[in-house]
Design a protein around this ligand. Structure first.
Ligand SMILES: NC(=O)c1ccc[n+]([C@@H]2O[C@H](COP(=O)([O-])OP(=O)(O)OC[C@H]3O[C@@H](n4cnc5c(N)ncnc54)[C@H](OP(=O)(O)O)[C@@H]3O)[C@@H](O)[C@H]2O)c1
Length: 338
């Protein structure tokens, strides 16, 4: 490859795309971003991929397209998640020329409940997000002669300071702990909770961009694998980060919640909640249920690229979340009872 390469990053205003765009730019590449609404810099254009024509400024050729654009919500309908996570990829494949190196970002959870993206049935996945990410991987396998697929688990911020362009997904948890929406930790304290930093992903993408395209469809899986933090350690770190920020800001510490198994939760706590809680409380409890299966993973992911220990990055990212969401981080949870 002749450097600098002309590279397009989709989803460039997001948590992962933002970090990748910065890393490629600082590596000297001629990098541009697109997202549905566009960004602040002239190098960040608006293109709602899959539903709009690309702006003229995006005419090729492109050395590489790093496809980060996605809707990571778990509760979309199957149709909406297909529209959000598969249709844009289909449109990109039509738009790119045959010389462009496609690097598609996926999730370690795209292998769902069977450990493979091969299943097409939705009940092989925890939610429609996973199902649609698996469908996107299958589309690449079917249609691309060459491409990179990069899977990774939960994403935290920069290793140095926890910075993230956007706090979504996992950050529902610190928010819920502060507001009292989480009544107990439903999961297995010994389960694995694999986490990477945006730096790990951005550096891996920089290396892929700098190398030749693979001979076929190549898969990288980033993460700690068997070295991933256990749920108990991750929650301990999360709580320590929140409480250190709260202590500095004169807010009472949060208490450690008790663990209950999914079985205990579904058999005892949930029927009790249904009988006594108001509609708003029940909505929060139902939303929380979506996390159960992610806190009960007892087989670590098989990784191709093991990332560095993550605990201090988790701590910094949660502190950073608290700094940028001070009103929520200051909340004193009301006791969780009817
Ligand atoms: N965050 C995680 O924990 C995590 C874990 C594993 C894998 N991943 C994967 O990593 C990738 C990036 O996720 P993320 O967390 O960075 O997401 P994010 O923070 O929610 O950002 C999503 C980005 O995609 C853009 N976008 C969505 N639909 C688009 C469309 N049709 N056309 C153009 N832009 C579109 C958004 O633009 P607007 O802001 O303008 O809407 C935004 O820039 C995704 O493939 C995701 O599946 C994320």
């Amino acid at each position: 490859m002749t450097s600098p390469a002309r590279i397009l990053v989709t989803g460039a205003t997001g948590a992962v795309g933002g970090a990748i765009l910065r890393r490629l730019t600082s590596a000297g590449h001629d990098a541009y971003g697109v997202s549905s609404r566009g960004g602040r810099s002239p190098r960040q254009l608006a293109w709602r991929i899959g539903t709009e024509e690309p702006p003229d400024a995006l005419r090729g050729p492109w050395h590489a397209v790093v496809h980060c654009a996605a809707d990571t919500r778990w509760n979309l309908s199957a149709e909406a998640s297909e529209q959000a996570n598969v249709a844009p990829l289909r449109a990109l494949l039509k738009w790119m020329d045959e010389h462009t190196h496609l690097i598609h970002l996926s999730s370690s959870y795209a292998t769902g409940l069977t450990g493979s993206v091969a299943a097409t049935a939705s009940d092989a996945y925890r939610n429609t997000y996973e199902w649609s990410k698996a469908a996107a991987e299958r589309l690449i396998a079917d249609e691309c002669v060459t491409a990179d697929i990069v899977r990774f688990p939960i994403v935290m911020g920069a290793r140095a300071d926890g910075y993230l362009d956007r706090y979504s997904g996992f950050f529902w948890l610190p928010s819920s702990l502060c507001t009292g929406a989480v009544p107990a930790l439903v999961g297995d304290p010994d389960a694995y909770l694999d986490i990477v930093s945006t730096d790990d992903i951005a550096e891996h993408i920089r290396q892929l961009v700098g190398a030749d395209r693979p001979a076929g469809v190549r898969l990288s899986v980033l993460g700690r694998g068997a070295g991933a933090p256990r749920v108990a350690k991750a929650f301990h770190t999360l709580l320590a980060a929140l409480n250190s920020w709260r202590a500095e800001n004169g807010v009472p510490e949060l208490e450690q919640l008790r663990y209950v198994s999914a079985d205990q939760w579904n058999r005892f706590y949930l029927p009790f909640a249904r009988a006594y809680l108001d509609r708003a409380q029940l909505l929060r409890v139902t939303a929380f249920q979506a996390y159960q299966s992610y806190l009960s993973i007892t087989d670590p992911f098989e990784v191709t690229h093991q990332t560095e220990p993550i605990t201090s990055t988790l701590y910094r990212s949660i502190r950073r979340w608290a700094e940028t969401h001070a009103a929520t981080a200051r909340r004193v949870p009301r006791p969780w009872c009817p």
